[in-house]
Ligand binder design. Structure first.
Ligand code: NAD
Length: 337
């Protein structure tokens, strides 16, 4: 069993912990938090050992009636791999600790690419992360773009990707984020950082991205135009995508007109936390005009990177190859079903 530590038990960390627990070949050794709050309490309620990310603050947990198993350094030392899901920039600060205990570490997309030896998307470059010590699982948006680019590149070749990303202002729990009543070009400069981030996975793909921010918390929505190297038929592209477990083709028959109904659907089918681990591509939107492909997809920012973290754990520990890992992860989480 691969012993996994999760440092930073927030939006991403708590989901990664549950996904790891669901795997047949992994165990959650413990999770670390900086302070006692509802997430720390729910970690204990779920049976995870709780470690203090900042040793001086261990008393705060005791005062709140939460039992601490030890300092985060004990957790990192004992683990086979640590998933760092701390806020952007903190992962880089934690890197020295992971090196000190010689524990391979996964970082999240909020970190700069140079924090790690390799940026990771399971479908696109699993092999690059095998036995690496520091791996960055790319952001929710880069994950969503990579999952579409990989099969298109293999089937048709790609001349150019153009994507406009309509981004949620904040996650549902991020009460301090906005905009509340505005539509922002964000970043206002072009390209947005997403295109260069995709190039950490696909160095040779020509891609321009534009970002916007809107008053929503549910999901991001991408408007995508891919100029392929050879002409494609929309029906063939739909068949290509239907073979990919991490792409969900939203059928016209479900009458899902946006992110709200997608999230409602996820709750209705019993998905934990209403998570949508797959890209949600509106099937009717897949259109071709010669070599130009167009589509709309929604990306659940809180959860699409979760299965990618699970696969990255197997890559850095050398526990499985890409196909085996992706299949095991998908089976354990019911992805693509
Ligand atoms: P979050 O704020 O929800 O969770 C971070 C957790 O880390 C919190 O529980 C916080 O208390 C804890 N923490 C803070 N400092 C710490 C420290 N020094 N040691 C240990 N724990 C610490 O953040 P998040 O949304 O889960 O984001 C985590 C990372 O994942 C970021 O790099 C982010 O860019 C990336 N990411 C976020 C999303 C998203 O939409 N939420 C999507 C993909 C990737």
């Amino acid at each position: 069993m691969i012993q996994v530590a999760v440092n930073g038990y927030g939006t991403i960390g708590k989901r990664v912990a549950d996904a790891v627990r669901a795997q047949p070949d992994m165990e959650v050794l413990g999770v670390a938090k900086t302070r006692p709050n509802f997430e720390a309490q729910s970690a204990l309620d779920r049976g995870y050992s709780l470690y203090a990310a900042i040793e001086d603050r261990a008393d705060q947990f005791a005062d709140a009636g939460m039992e601490i198993a030890g300092p985060v350094t004990d957790l990192v030392e004992a683990a086979d791999v640590v998933v760092d899901a701390t806020p952007s920039g903190i992962g880089a600060e934690n890197k020295a600790m992971y090196d000190e205990y010689d524990t391979p570490a996964l970082y999240q997309g909020g970190e700069d690419a140079d924090v790690a030896d390799v940026s990771f998307n399971a479908r696109s470059n699993f092999e690059d992360a095998v036995d690496a010590d520091h791996v960055r699982v790319v952001s929710c948006n880069t994950t969503g773009l990579s999952r579409v680019i990989a099969p298109l590149q293999e089937a048709y070749g790609i001349e150019k990707v153009r994507a406009t990303l309509v981004r949620r202002g904040g996650d549902p729990g991020q009460t301090s984020r906005g905009p509340i009543n505005d539509i922002l070009p964000n970043p206002v400069t072009i390209p947005s950082h997403h295109g260069p981030d995709v190039n950490t996975i696909f160095p040779d793909v020509d891609i321009d991205t534009l970002g916007m921010k809107v008053p929503a918390t549910l999901m991001h929505v991408h408007s995508l135009n891919v100029t392929l190297e050879s002409a494609a038929d929309a029906a063939d592209v739909r068949d290509l995508f239907a073979d990919e477990d991490r792409l969900f083709l939203v059928p016209e028959s479900l009458d899902i007109d946006g992110a709200g109904k997608l999230k409602e659907y996820a709750h209705d089918v019993g998905r934990p936390r209403g998570d949508l681990w797959e890209n949600c591509i509106w099937e009717e939107s897949i259109s071709t005009e010669g070599r130009d492909l167009y589509l709309f997809q929604a990306i659940h920012q809180e959860s699409d990177v979760v299965p990618e973290n699970v696969d990255a754990i197997r890559a850095v520990t050398g526990a499985a190859d890409a196909a085996e890992s992706i299949e095991t992860t998908n089976d354990a989480m019911d992805i693509g079903r």
